[in-house]
Write a new protein. Structure first.
Length: 132
């Protein structure tokens, strides 16, 4: 699955209210797509069942996981897109850098980085709610 068109084909092959995708923003960002537009594309079809809120810098062949406030994706615009489509499924932060002084026995899933991500996500949600 290397493009939104591939995901759309998958959805079209088996039309069903039970056929949907886990939308990993990072994986789609690696494809070089407009994340808010892609959220709206699949969300308007009610095909986003789960969201991984992730930011990175680069492409599929050469990328770096970034903190949620520092990467190629406009995370405010992405979160606003979820609000615009009425997304009410589960969403979690995904893949975070390791903070200095923290062990790296589970790369991408360290405690401090995830706490930062959850706080950042909550801040985006509050900002969007208060500007509506």
């Amino acid at each position: 699955m290397t493009s939104p068109e591939n995901f759309q084909r998958l959805l079209d092959l088996v039309p069903s209210p039970n056929n949907g995708i886990t939308f990993c923003q990072g994986c789609f960002a690696e494809m070089g797509v407009d994340i808010p537009a892609t959220i709206k594309h699949f969300g308007s079809q009610k095909k986003l069942f789960f969201a991984h809120f992730r930011n990175l810098r680069g492409t599929a062949t050469n990328f770096t996981e970034m903190f949620h406030d520092d990467g190629d994706t406009d995370m405010f615009a992405a979160m606003r897109a979820y609000f615009d489509i009425g997304f009410d499924g589960p969403m979690r932060p995904d893949h975070v850098p390791t903070v200095e002084g923290e062990g790296n026995d589970r790369p991408g899933y360290t405690l401090m980085g995830r706490l930062f991500a959850v706080g950042y996500m909550r801040g985006l949600i509050e900002a969007i709610e208060k500007t509506r």
